[in-house]
Design a protein around this ligand. Structure first.
Ligand code: NDP
Length: 283
């Protein structure tokens, strides 16, 4: 008897660069599940039609990446609480003609900080840089991890303040917002959720924000440490990139689809090697 592999994709534009097929193939091998996972390029003005066509082809689930996370939110019939909080979606599940939406990015971030970096967020002073989609997706999972305080700082202060107002109900007074240039004090964990690293830039951050006990995490990743990671290390902090978050959000999506939680450590090591990173570049 031949086994028909389940169909999973990551949909984006562009999408050829995505590492998700690499990660999900390793999770599938590790857990003994027979499935195919590929990249799928959707036209910029045709996300919904592309998803519907994929469902007719037998698609079971899709990860969604730039620029379609808002379109995925709009297309879905059902949303998890964390997808509703994020207002954006990176994981879709298809069954019985229904489209269910989730957002695993924030859970992936928290899993990387707590599981891979070994820093418990409970009681910590956390600084979140940026107020775009990635920051919004991270907020509820970060608050759920019970930090002492969570400060959102953004180039455009009004965007940070709007986010803080939106999440005030879940924050129990722990959430503040300000401009990057108005930041004061020192933080235990600093997460860079701005897109500055995409252009090799780094937000203007005072040295006093960092200490030797600070973990600085850039959501961006590549072969070399980002400018933000280099700045954090210059000021004595430990720094890691977004590779761990990427693998952990994929593991969470894998769990959503298959009900099995894959081990991530070896896959993260393999991904770093595939990206051409030096062995010690993540800490
Ligand atoms: P958005 O475009 O939604 O938001 C960009 C944010 O960055 C805004 O807050 C913007 O501020 C700020 N910003 C842009 N340029 C600068 C700069 N030069 N200096 C300071 N702030 C700046 O992007 P996303 O939120 O979707 O993505 C942010 C990053 O997160 C990307 O690098 C993306 O690759 C990464 N990411 C990584 C994931 C992973 O799994 N590792 C998952 C998801 C995202 P303003 O409001 O003032 O414009």
């Amino acid at each position: 008897m031949t086994h028909t592999a389940a169909q999973y994709v990551v949909i984006g534009n562009p999408v050829a660069h995505s590492r998700s097929p690499f990660i999900h193939a390793r999770f599938a091998r590790q857990t003994g599940l027979a499935l195919s996972y590929e990249t799928r390029l959707a036209p910029l003005d045709g996300f919904a039609d592309n998803v519907r066509a994929f469902i007719l082809e037998g698609g079971r689930g899709a990860n969604v990446t730039v620029p379609f996370k808002l379109d995925a939110f709009a297309l879905a019939h059902e949303h998890t609480a964390r997808a509703l909080a994020a207002g954006a979606v990176n994981t879709l599940s298809f069954s019985d003609g229904r489209i269910a939406a989730d957002n695993t990015d924030g859970a992936g971030l928290v899993a990387d900080i707590e599981g891979n970096a070994g820093i418990r967020l409970a009681g910590k002073r956390v600084l979140l840089l940026g107020a775009g989609g990635a920051a919004r997706g991270a907020l509820l999972p970060l608050l759920d991890a019970a930090p002492r305080s969570l400060t959102i700082a953004n180039r455009t202060a009004a965007n940070a303040e709007a986010l803080a107002r939106q999440f005030a109900g879940q924050a129990a007074g722990r959430l503040q917002a300000c401009a990057l240039t108005a930041l004061e004090g020192c933080f235990d964990v600093i997460v860079n959720a701005t897109s500055a690293s995409l252009n090799g830039e780094v937000p203007p951050l005072a040295p006093a924000l960092f200490s030797s006990n600070t973990l600085a995490l850039d959501m961006m990743y590549g072969a070399e440490p980002t400018a933000f990671m280099r700045l954090a290390r210059l000021h004595g902090a430990a720094a890691r990139d977004g590779c761990g978050m990427l693998v952990e959000q994929a593991a969470e999506a894998f769990f959503v689809w298959h009900g099995v939680r894959p081990a991530t450590g070896a896959v993260l090591d393999e991904l770093r090697a595939a990206l051409g990173q030096a062995p010690a570049s993540s800490s």
